[in-house]
Design a binder for this molecule. Structure first.
Ligand SMILES: [Fe+2]
Length: 291
C-alpha cells in the first residue's frame, strides 16, 4: 500500500507534467498531450512499474522502431494487436444507416498498385484458388456510385503478401473502378489464414502472452469516391475457424461472406477457362457513408 505522502508526491508529479503543457498554442494538441500524460502516469502507478520493467519497455519500443521501414511497419502491427487500430476505427467510423462497416487497414497496403479492368485478375501470379468477386457500390440513399476507386489486396496461399518477398514482385493487389451502375467484378484468390509477421518484437509479445498471431482469412478493400466517406475494410470467409480469434480484432459479423465453392468444370461468369481447377465466388455489396 502506498502511504498518503507517497501518493501526494506522485500526484504532484503528474500535475507538474500536465501543467507543463498549459501553454500549448493548439488546444487540441494540449488536450491530447495532457490526457496522454494522465493515462501514462495512471498506468505506471496502477502496475507499480519497476525500473527494470520500464527499461524493458523502452527496449521493446526501440526494437519496434528499428524493425520499421517502408516495407515493414511494426508500429501498425503493435497498434493492431493491442486493438488500438480497431478502437480508433470505431471512434472515427460512426454507424451511419446501412453503411458498410470499416475494419483495420493493416500494414500491407501499397500505393500505386496496378489498375485492372472490370473483370480483370488481381492475383498477378499469386498462388491460390481463383475467386470471382462481384458487387455494387452505393451510397446510403441506395444510389449507385459510378467511378468509385476500389483498392483490393490479399495474401497468397502461402500466407504472404507480395511485399513480404524480397524480389519486388507485385501480386495479389490492384485497383479498379466501378461502372456506371456502381458495379464491380474481378478475379482474385480465395483468402486463406495467415500469421501476422511474428519474427519481430510484436511476435515476441504475442508468444510471451500466449496469443496466436493468426488472422482470419480475408480480402482487403479500400473504396474511395467523391463526397463519400472512404471505406477501409475486409471481407471474411464464413466458416473460417479463426473468426473468433483474429489477432488484430478485425472481424465484424456484417463482413463475413459466403465464398461459395464451385466444382471444377463449373462455367465461369466471364468464360475464363480454368481447366480442371475448382474456384469460388463471393458477392460484396458496398454502401458508402456521406463524407
Ligand atoms: Fe491482411
Amino acid at each position: 500500500m502506498t502511504t498518503d505522502e507517497q501518493r501526494t508526491r506522485e500526484d504532484e508529479l503528474v500535475q507538474l507534467v500536465v501543467d507543463s503543457f498549459d501553454g500549448t498554442p493548439d488546444p487540441r494538441l494540449r488536450e491530447i498531450m495532457q490526457s496522454a500524460v494522465r493515462h501514462l502516469h495512471g498506468f505506471l502507478r496502477d502496475v507499480r512499474l519497476t525500473e527494470e520493467e520500464w527499461s524493458q519497455g523502452i527496449d521493446f519500443l526501440t526494437a519496434v522502431g528499428h524493425l520499421t521501414d517502408d516495407r515493414r511497419q511494426e508500429f501498425i502491427l503493435l497498434s493492431d494487436t493491442l486493438g488500438a487500430s480497431m478502437q480508433t476505427i470505431a471512434i472515427n467510423n460512426e454507424a451511419h444507416g446501412d453503411a458498410t462497416e470499416a475494419t483495420v487497414f493493416g500494414p500491407f497496403f501499397v500505393d500505386d498498385a496496378p489498375e485492372v479492368p472490370l473483370g480483370g485478375d488481381i492475383a498477378g501470379g499469386a498462388a491460390g484458388q481463383p475467386c470471382w468477386v462481384e458487387g455494387t457500390v452505393r451510397d446510403t440513399e441506395g444510389r449507385p456510385v459510378a467511378g468509385a476507386r476500389l483498392e483490393v489486396w490479399e495474401a497468397d496461399d502461402d500466407g504472404f503478401y507480395d511485399v513480404q518477398y524480397d524480389d519486388d514482385r507485385t501480386a495479389g493487389r490492384a485497383h479498379l473502378f466501378s461502372d456506371d451502375d456502381g458495379g464491380f467484378r474481378f478475379w482474385a484468390i480465395t483468402p486463406t489464414p495467415y500469421p501476422i509477421p511474428d519474427d519481430g518484437p510484436v511476435g515476441a509479445m504475442l508468444a510471451a502472452t500466449g496469443r496466436s498471431p493468426m488472422r482470419a482469412s480475408h480480402l482487403h478493400f479500400m473504396v474511395t469516391a467523391a463526397h463519400l466517406r472512404t471505406l477501409v475494410t475486409h471481407i471474411f470467409v464464413r466458416g473460417d475457424e479463426l473468426l473468433d480469434s483474429d489477432s488484430v480484432f478485425g472481424v465484424k459479423e456484417s463482413l463475413v461472406k459466403d465464398f461459395v465453392e464451385q466444382p471444377a468444370g463449373t462455367p465461369t461468369p466471364d468464360g475464363r477457362d480454368l481447366g480442371d481447377a475448382a474456384w469460388s465466388r463471393v458477392g460484396f455489396d458496398i454502401v458508402l457513408a456521406p463524407a
